[in-house]
Design a protein around this ligand. Sequence first.
Ligand code: ASP
Ligand code: MG
Length: 593
Amino acid sequence: MPIIVQKFGGTSVATTDKILSAARKAIKAQQEGHQVIMVVSAMGKNTDALVSLAHELMQRPPAREMDMLLATGEQVSVALTAMAIMSLGHKAVSLTGAQIGIRTDNVFGKARIISISTDRMQKLLDDENIVIAAGFQGIDEEFNITTLGRGGSDTTAVSLAAVLGASCEIYTDVDGVYTADPRVVKTARKVSHTSYDEMLEMASLGAGIMHSRSIEFAKKYSVPVHVRSSQEDTAGTIISTVSEDPTRGVSGAAVTMDEARITLTGVPDKPGSSNAIFSSIAHANITVDMIVQNAGVDGLSNISFTVPSAELTHTLEAVQPVVETLGIQQLTHRDNASKISVVGIGMAEQSGVSDRMFRALGEHGINIHMITTSQIKISVLVDRDQALEAINAVHQTFELDRVYPDAVPAESPQATPATDPAAAANELQGMEELAITDISLDSSQASVSILGVTDQPGIAATIFEKVARENIIVDMIIQSYIDDSDIANLSFTVDRNDVDRTVAVIQGIQDQVPLQKVVSNPTVAKLSVSGIGLRSHTGVAIRMFQSLAEAGLNIEMINTSEVRVNVVVDESQGQAGLEALNKAFADVIQSAG
Ligand code: ASP
Ligand code: MG
């Protein structure tokens, strides 16, 4: 009999009435021929309430006691949910994380799952029970109660589905995944399908529908996830390997309102600089968001990065000592930025996406301060007071409100039942470890840097439109901004065969795009580390910079996204760089597929 895991978030079990309606959904699935596992979160805002109680007593409650406390929220909801099912005349058994056999490490507050035993659940299911599993919690080797981090019930649900070969439904207060946050973009539309990669790239962008770790799990174990409304009986969005309309370059847009930018100018362009900067930030436990470094000139480069506004002070404290030891000329920071991103798996096969985005912003008089691109995402930093206008302009330019009639309808893949649940559970060992899927060296590219570009709306659009018109495909784009100077530096990579033409194009548009200097490196090497969980494992960029520094490599350009970190070095150092990275990530590299 097929197994289905249905997860109900806090708002979907906030009252006994809502618990009853969740119970009815589970009973219906059982009547339709499924074995049903419900995973439930704490009722309503109960977890927040428990956090506040703890803070009435202590400013920094010990993590172990915090987990002991927070896990009670889910224990309340599983018991009530079991009662609701029984009150409707069906069999149910509630289980805590420990009783399900969710073994975790002992990192309280953000424990990682080590293994799940399926025997007890399977027996109860075979006995016609609906099994109600507490989300968000597990147990460590010494029987301490642990929690998986806020929002962790999604991870519980997806990992149970993975070990049981079950399909997974996430019932929530939104009815699916939208092209943009409908509170911010009125014309945003629900999509029928979205891919794991798009969700991962969007996860930290305030899409906020699911915990990103749960999507990493789903991708790694090919669990299709159906996100749908707990209020209405409508189809939601299926997250799997397919996207709604593969012909589109862009499938969604997002804004992160509160970003702070830090710019380091005059960073000695030598091995180890980036490593020194970012490891000090990582040691302070701060997750850096965008990182851009432009090609250096005269032995000096500029590095800009963003952190959540709330972390700005803390970050400045961490970076200040490095500014002194490295002899960095200037550190400036601004806390008035927002990040606008577009994502689409179709982007990897299309050109002309970035210049369309830049043009839309330029037409609205919106200045772009920073740019960073990945294969399937383009992110720009703009002034916060223009952020809402910017996201709407971008949503409109890519017509995200429209369904194209000739779009190939996406197929919804079915969950592959685990043939041997015990083996699958075993495979779960270490499933939350960092998974690097690919380390690659691309020696086909050249870099072009435009230094001292006048920083005003529409410049990036003009440059990339002209380049696109010559049929030159641009790969990595990086722009950093220099405070108080009204100039920006823009670097990008193109195919080596196109570098001379590209430089000529740019020199030919100096009347429209005032700039100081165009420099190119006709033979660069791009090194990329791709994988799952690069953001939740903050150490990836650091490990990468560190190993390259130890190998004596000088990094010319950097850009980062959720699923990939790219650096550009001179071609003469490409092979050595690849070897250094393979060695540095040897313990976590996974064979593709
Ligand atoms: N109750 C926990 C929280 O509020 C876990 C969850 O809801 O997923 O973070
Ligand atoms: Mg929640």
